[in-house]
Design a protein around this ligand. Structure first.
Ligand code: KIV
Length: 302
């Protein structure tokens, strides 16, 4: 009996430029920049070119951010507050993070497909053991993340080493670590006293030595973050309320778009002011971080 094979043509709904395996279309031919990689980010840090990062939680905003030239997109567990209406990030689960990471990953691929994508390990998914951290990180990497972020210093050093040795790039997070807000007694500047600044610096160096290649510094005095940025040559610092001396900056998307009912933290600037569209606001943010006009230490830092 004759066998009729289907004709070897692309299905009518195939995306232009899709691979034969259909799952990972390459960066759009319209891409105006090379895909952002970890070596590229570290090279920007060593050259002194500022790195831009914004949070995103869904496909459309992630696509617009990628298209607007933002280099790093963080699926932050701030989605607990921004998307879910929680009072803190503590209630965010790994399943929530997986869902939003997948959505953002699809969005980036549908735009230029060039942004570097980081996803937060939520509270309770890495504190127990290095193995628990690896299992949780793998869920987010499977969902499309290029790097995971986790909060804290000291005990996290061994977790970071374990993940990095197993091929998972890690962004650490020191200063105000929102998952431990209850232990910290509120959203307060960290590293103000000599003793706490010394501890923070020791933890930052240990995290770099363990292989963390990025480090978010949140609500840390500008002078301390500038000093650490200079000292950490293999780990790019990303500031939020940490002054202009860091290797890059991050803001929560809804805050920088002014989509906010309460009082905004002093480190936020509303980039919708003077912009006609969300894309333009993101472009203004990228331009301001790159040319050093945002943040202004006297206004946005301590
Ligand atoms: O969850 C988040 O969005 C963050 C940023 C504020 C750095 O961790």
């Amino acid at each position: 009996m004759a066998t009729h094979l289907p004709p070897q043509t692309a299905p009518a709904n195939a995306e232009p430029g899709a691979t034969p395996y259909g799952t990972l279309p390459p960066a759009s031919p319209m891409a105006s920049r090379k895909p952002i990689s970890l070596p590229r980010l570290l090279e920007m840090h060593s050259r002194g070119e500022k790195i831009t990062m914004l949070t995103a939680y869904d496909a459309t905003f992630a696509a617009v951010a990628d298209d607007a030239g933002v280099e790093c997109i963080l699926v932050g567990d701030s989605l607990g507050m921004v998307c879910q209406g929680l009072h803190s990030t503590v209630g965010v689960s790994l399943e929530h993070m997986r869902y939003h990471t997948e959505s953002v990953s699809r969005g980036i691929r549908r735009a230029q497909g060039t942004a570097w994508m980081i996803a937060d390990l939520p509270f309770g998914t890495y504190q127990e053991s290095r193995e628990q951290a690896f299992r949780s990180a793998a869920v987010l990497m499977h969902a499309g993340a290029h790097m995971i972020k986790l909060e804290g210093g000291g005990w996290t050093t061994e977790v970071v080493r374990f993940l990095v040795e197993r091929g998972i790039p890690v962004c650490a997070h020191l200063g105000l670590t929102p998952q431990t807000v209850h232990a910290l007694g509120g959203y307060r500047v960290q590293g103000k006293s000599d003793a706490s600044a010394e501890l923070l610096a020791r933890e930052a160096h240990a995290l770099q030595d363990a292989g963390a290649s990025m480090l978010v510094l949140e609500m840390v005095p500008a002078q301390l973050s500038a000093k650490l940025t200079h000292e950490l040559q293999h780990c790019a610092t990303i500031g939020i309320g940490a002054g202009k001396g860091t290797a890059g900056q991050v803001l929560v998307l809804h805050d920088m778009l002014g989509v906010n009912l309460g009082k905004c933290p002093k480190f936020v600037r509303n980039f919708m002011e003077g912009s006609d569209s969300i894309r333009q606001a993101m472009q203004a943010y990228v331009a301001a971080v790159k040319d050093g006009s945002f943040p202004v230490d006297a206004l946005h830092a301590w």
